[in-house]
Write a protein that binds this ligand. Structure first.
Ligand SMILES: Cc1ncc(COP(=O)(O)O)c(C=O)c1O
Length: 440
């Protein structure tokens, strides 16, 4: 069992003396230990105390091919020996764009950006420009990046959230301009009635609906039967656009994204994380007449690093690997993740622990909850977070590196053996939690 994190703790102390908060993204402060890493290979990652973990964080999603995948390493080796950035056009831009257009149902044109947050900004701007309207509908618990216009009602507390019939629009950060909330209507997810009521009242003011097609950022909740098609219908009836934020589902649930799995085609979709295989790349994809508003239609965006050859080389290698054998590799990764989900449910069942596992094979979440059905963010507010915390700590000691909210990402390189060992470790961690052996 792992119990030695002395060097990580020393590094963290030192880091806090120069780097704000000691981490490069505040979300990383919430893990069971603030670890520093020095190596990784396949599905394994090593901290600076020399401990190896099976990695289910995967850089918060991007590493769909794991660490140092030979195809990415080779592509990057070539890319670093060529100029790193032209700030101008080069072949790989349209080669990758063509690949995306061939795979993603809504993609007639794409635009390249660097982070998911930026891609969402462009998608929202395009929707507003196309419809000549300002209002966007977003859902509670969905994360669309940290910008003022998007960080609303992400993880509002039970006291902030307001009534389900008319949720409050809750700012996500100090320093955020309060009037960002004026352009957003917030609704509970998976509630088509609530969405229909809002459209009946204000449909002609609404530019679009933005949603994660699977609610990955609040417990990997799946869309209810008919919900996404219902949103599609509402948008069509009222001249609004449907935006899928596929920053997590893209190139993780299927090579065609969630839109291909649920067979609902949005007008615009955003991609990030897995598409770059670990390098910074994001994409806005969508209908031609909407995306063509860029440049000729007066929609402005920019980005010094947009289309940079290094990120595109990694994306090209990642996508090529994922579509090999008609997407068999990703399909198998989804199946082996499902094995993990089922094994965990069985272990909890055997031990009489109330637990729900939600999501799909390559992105799912563990909820310690008495509820048997979780449909939206409000349903997750009753999760036993203290139990989750102690289980996560026990898992860390077992050599499992997991996200702080109980989410787990798997990759195409997690082996059957690693999955089996993980299930045994989960069970031991569960047993120790039950025995109250959660000493820090
Ligand atoms: C669904 C979704 N959209 C947007 C973002 C923002 O992406 P980035 O962190 O690359 O800015 C994230 C990040 O987690 C996300 O999960």
């Amino acid at each position: 069992m792992i119990s030695e994190w002395g060097r990580s703790r020393q590094f963290f102390e030192r880091s806090q003396r120069s780097l704000a908060g000691g981490v490069s993204s505040p979300f990383r402060r919430n893990l069971a230990e603030t670890l520093f890493f020095q190596d990784g290979s396949g599905a394994e990652i090593q901290d600076i105390d020399g401990n190896w973990y099976t990695d289910y964080v995967l850089a918060w999603g991007p590493l769909i091919l794991g660490h140092k995948h030979p195809a990415i390493v080779e592509a990057l080796r070539k890319a670093v020996e060529a100029p790193h950035n032209y700030g101008a056009q080069h072949e790989l831009e349209f080669v990758v764009a063509e690949l995306i257009c061939s795979l993603i149902p809504c993609a007639e044109r794409v635009a390249l950006t660097s982070s998911g947050s930026e891609a969402v900004q462009l998608a929202m701007r395009l929707a507003r420009a196309h419809t000549h309207r300002n209002l966007l509908v977003k859902f509670e618990g969905h994360y669309h990046g940290w910008m003022d216009s998007a960080l609303l009602s992400y993880h509002a507390s039970g006291t902030e959230i307001g009534p389900a019939q008319k949720p409050n629009v809750v700012l996500g950060s100090r320093g955020q301009v309060p009037n960002a909330a004026d352009n957003i209507i917030v609704l509970p997810w998976n509630d088509l009635q609530a969405a229909s009521a809002v459209f009946a009242e204000r449909g002609d003011e609404i530019a679009g609906i933005i949603t994660e097609p699977v609610l990955c950022n609040s417990g990997c909740l799946m869309p209810a039967e008919g919900f996404l098609p219902g949103l599609r219908r509402l948008a069509d009836q009222h001249g609004a656009l449907l935006i899928f934020d596929e920053v997590i589902t893209g190139f993780r649930i299927a090579t065609g994204g969630a839109q291909s799995v649920f067979n609902v085609i949005p007008d615009i979709a955003t991609f990030g994380k897995a598409i770059g295989g670990g390098l910074p790349l994001s994409v806005v994809a969508g209908r031609k007449e909407i995306l063509e508003l860029i440049v000729d239609g007066g929609v402005v965006f920019g980005g010094t690093f947009n289309g940079n050859p290094i990120s595109l080389a990694a994306a090209h290698a990642t996508i090529a690997e994922l579509i090999r054998d008609k997407g068999r590799t990703l399909g198998e990764a989804v199946k082996s993740g499902e094995r993990l989900m089922n094994g965990l449910r069985e272990a909890a069942n055997r031990r009489g622990v109330p637990l729900e596992v939600t999501g799909f094979g390559t992105a799912f979440s563990v909820h310690f909850t008495e509820r048997s059905s979780l449909g939206n963010y409000r349903d997750t507010l009753g999760d036993e977070r203290m139990v989750l915390r102690s289980w996560l700590r026990e898992c860390l000691k077992e050599g499992l590196y997991l996200l702080p909210d109980g989410r787990m990402y798997t990759s195409v390189v997690h082996t059957d053996e690693q999955i089996s060992r993980t299930l045994e470790a989960f069970d031991r961690a569960l047993a120790r939690c039950l025995a109250g052996a959660t000493a820090q």
